[in-house]
Write a protein that binds this ligand. Structure first.
Ligand SMILES: [Zn+2]
Length: 436
């Protein structure tokens, strides 16, 4: 193709190669004036200068002492609060809110071709970036195979805008452990994950996913939920301890990690005994689970906001379950917070519509007792640690990727200002600036 767009994209790629290979003199230099800098680590600092060269931060310091390099483009954010690019550790770019009016979850697998889904995922990825989420851990494609690897490659090669992505590909559960469900047994329908039964199949699925580009492996350790006769939240365990151990053993051998969807009960226990690295949702954490998470250093990605969305009517079983889930989730989060469980920010967006603000999770965390500063840490330095990217993302410091965002206002005083990120730079390139 020799369309103008094709030529333009090739130029970008060539530029990208040059940036990585030639001397610093040829790299673009940007100097950002920060009114207040919240760097994800220490105290807020006033009147800072951030020097960006190429894709990385070169220097950060007091504007009175750090000089603007000659030839640098100056970005004036002196009336804004500047933060590291944010990280959402639980997204689904291949889901679009499961709107019943659009056929819900099932229609996405049964009616929407992969090209259609990939086109929408491209828009979702852009939505994350424009809201200041410069990194996402995208936790499975829901029947769209290895599509996340393709989107990640397209972003990395400069074809489309989007965040830095950590992907898990297909996800894993067991027979009877994932939709699509409820069809006649004679009808073969697609599943939203790779189904395994037995430790041999479990290990093989992990190998296949890792071979084809999974940065993490995602496992569903519980399925469905209901309010039991005892009035408690129940959920069905899926993989056996033997099966999950086969997956964690294999994945850890590759130097990668395993994220486990688990609500509570037996499935959660197996996830922890099996050596999962992060618990997703963790709606119903008992004291033993919390103690084990602290002991093992397991990450907790609570995804609070999504469980307040779209409740069924109160007088239906679904409606009662929706309310029970939110009712137990808050106290679980509070107990985990108090006990010192390592918590990261995650939304499950895609379960929520991508038209919703991703940062709505921040006020949920703060309302439940987390300080604004710790909520920001959950979406910056803590996420970086979980992702093995300490010093690379989630901080504004020399040597880190130049992923920088800014807001008007003070997020420590009002965390909800993070819903209105007005400046986004990723890899040293300004993606948006409405704060001029
Ligand atoms: Zn999810």
């Amino acid at each position: 193709m020799t369309t103008p767009t094709g030529v333009f994209l090739r130029c970008l790629v060539v530029t990208g190669v040059l940036i990585g290979t030639v001397s610093g003199a040829a790299e673009e230099t940007v100097a950002i004036r920060a009114g207040v800098l919240l760097d994800g680590k220490g105290e807020p600092r006033r009147n800072q200068l951030i020097v960006v060269r190429g894709t990385r931060i070169e220097a950060v310091g007091d504007a009175a002492t750090v000089k603007v390099p000659s030839g640098a483009t100056v970005v004036d954010l002196s009336r804004a609060t500047v933060l590291p690019g944010l990280v959402d550790s639980h997204t689904h770019i291949f889901l679009q809110g499961e709107d019943p009016k659009e056929g819900g979850y099932d229609a996405q697998l049964l009616m929407h071709g992969l090209a259609y889904r990939a086109a929408r995922a491209t828009v979702s990825a852009r939505r994350a970036l424009e809201q200041g989420f410069t990194t996402i851990r995208d936790l499975e494609t829901e029947g769209a195979g290895y599509g996340d690897v393709g989107i990640k490659q397209a972003i990395e090669r400069g074809h489309i805008p989007g965040p830095r992505m950590f992907v898990v590909t297909r996800g894993i559960s067991t027979s009877g452990g994932y939709p699509l469900e409820g069809y006649a047994p004679e009808v073969v329908v697609p599943k939203g994950v790779q189904i395994v039964d037995g430790p041999v199949e479990a290990r093989k699925a992990a190998r296949q996913q890792l071979e084809n580009g999974a940065d993490w492996i995602k496992v569903y350790m519980t399925h469905r939920s209901w309010v039991g006769k005892d009035g408690k939240l129940g959920s069905q365990p899926t993989l056996t301890l033997e099966e999950i151990k086969a997956i964690t053993d294999e994945t850890h051998g590759w130097g990668r990690k395993v994220a486990c969807h688990a609500y509570g009960g037996e499935g959660l226990r197996r996830a922890l005994d099996g050596g999962c690295d992060s618990i997703e949702h963790g709606l119903d954490l008992d004291d033993a689970a919390i103690a084990q998470m602290v002991r093992q250093g397991t990450w907790y990605c609570p995804t609070l906001a999504v469980y307040y969305d779209g409740w069924a009517p109160a007088d239906t079983p679904h409606g009662q379950t929706d309310r029970k889930r939110a009712e137990v989730h808050g106290p679980s989060f509070q107990k985990a917070l108090e006990a010192g469980v390592k918590i990261v920010f995650g939304t499950d967006i895609g379960g929520l519509s991508w038209s919703e603000p991703i940062a709505q999770e921040f006020p949920r965390m703060v309302e439940l007792g987390m300080s604004s500063r710790d909520a920001i840490r959950a979406a910056t330095v803590s996420a970086a640690e979980m992702l093995g990217m300490t010093g690379q993302i989630g901080v504004i410091a020399p040597g880190a990727y130049a992923d920088v965002v800014a807001v008007a206002g003070d997020p420590l005083a009002d965390i909800s200002v993070l819903k209105r990120v007005g400046f986004v730079m990723k890899d040293g390139k300004v993606f948006r600036n409405d704060l001029r």
